[in-house]
Design a protein around this ligand. Structure first.
Ligand code: AMP
Length: 209
């Protein structure tokens, strides 16, 4: 069994509106050694919708709203511990790439002692039409009911502006803005450019396993 660590977990956060490309970038980073991608939305989507928690997820996400903080953080911690126990995520050598969590300042405060946040990648896309276009496309490709209707899409963007964007101010000393309207490969290049500057990355890069 992997060891649960009491030390804060080194983490890189990806923050951005729905459709900005957090998942696309997080998934690629998660394929690299020393990085572990955790998308909170994927954790929710993997729930059996017949369970109480699965039902809560459907209830909130189908309206474009956030699932209540305590439920979210509880589920997320259990999932992280599972990944540690099964050696998928190795907190002593991996940097957590968190996509979609924390999703508001309250969540950031709840998990503050649990994480050591090295940098916050802010994927910027001021064009709501472009975000909506990307969500509609994703709804078709990935069968995501929460991205399918114009009303839910617009609620998701509003929820981002009101609840998630304040994180940029909260983490202001650690935030790096990256233009998410560029090609995904260029966005990835910029993110990697930021990662290799981090001391936490440099230390891990020296570890031979
Ligand atoms: P995402 O895949 O990140 O766009 O998330 C899909 C949906 O899952 C969101 O619209 C929320 O309903 C829910 N969700 C994902 N992450 C969180 C979070 N950290 N806090 C609350 N709700 C979340």
């Amino acid at each position: 069994m992997g060891k649960k660590s009491s030390k804060p977990h080194p983490a890189l956060l990806i923050v951005g509106a729905p459709g900005a490309g957090k998942g696309t970038q997080g998934k690629v980073l998660g394929t690299l050694p020393r990085f572990f991608h955790c998308a909170c939305g994927d954790v929710f989507r993997s729930l059996d919708t017949r369970t109480a928690l699965g039902q809560k997820f459907v209830e909130y996400s189908s309206k474009g709203e956030l699932v209540p903080d305590e439920l979210t953080i509880g589920l997320w911690k259990v999932q992280i511990d599972n990944w540690i126990e099964t050696y998928h995520y190795k907190p002593d050598i991996d940097i957590l790439v968190l996509d979609g969590i924390p999703r508001n300042v309250e969540q950031a405060k709840i998990i503050e002692n649990y994480l050591e946040v090295y940098t916050v990648i802010h994927l910027t896309c001021p064009d709501r039409e472009e975000l909506s276009r990307r969500m509609r496309k994703r709804a078709l490709k990935e069968n995501r009911f929460d991205d399918a209707s114009d009303e839910v899409i617009s609620n998701r963007i509003e929820t981002y502006v009101e609840e998630t964007r304040p994180l940029i101010e909260y983490y202001k000393d650690k935030v790096v803005d990256i233009d998410a309207t560029r090609q995904p490969v260029e966005v990835l290049g910029k993110i990697i450019g930021e990662i290799v500057k981090l001391d936490a990355y440099k230390e891990r890069a020296k570890i031979v396993v």
